[in-house]
Design a protein around this ligand. Structure first.
Ligand SMILES: [Zn+2]
Length: 119
């Protein structure tokens, strides 16, 4: 269990900085927003099936961007504040896209490595 958490942490620490989760040598992005299909160094598939990362992306996006807006509504803050926080979160959402995608790949690669030992 502790080994699994360390492994997950290792994958995520590599992918959030844009490195391959397996070898940490090759970059996972071909451009700012586009992920490569496989690592050019070790050959692992970064995107096994199109849309594999959506589950984790959905969870992370809910947690980081939708949840703060819901909390702002819950505490009945002023509408101006909610609009400002929404715009700030939207800009942040776009800026940290490589980080979000990297985090998702880290989780995805971890679970794929648990299911299929061959990758
Ligand atoms: Zn690699």
């Amino acid at each position: 269990m502790k080994k699994d958490i360390l492994l997950l942490g290792q994958y995520i620490s590599r992918t959030i900085f844009g490195k391959c989760p397996n070898c940490s040598i090759d970059k996972i992005f071909s451009s700012r927003f586009k992920m490569k299909s496989e690592c050019e160094n070790c050959g692992i598939k970064l995107i096994e099936k199109n849309g594999d990362n959506w589950f984790f992306l959905l969870l992370i996006d809910r947690g980081l961007f939708i949840f703060p807006i819901i909390v702002a509504f819950y505490f009945e803050t002023s509408p101006k504040f909610i609009i400002v926080i929404s715009i700030v979160l939207l800009i942040l959402f776009i800026i940290i896209t490589p980080f979000r995608l990297g985090l998702c790949l880290g989780f995805d690669y971890y679970f794929r490595s648990k299911i299929d030992k061959k990758i």
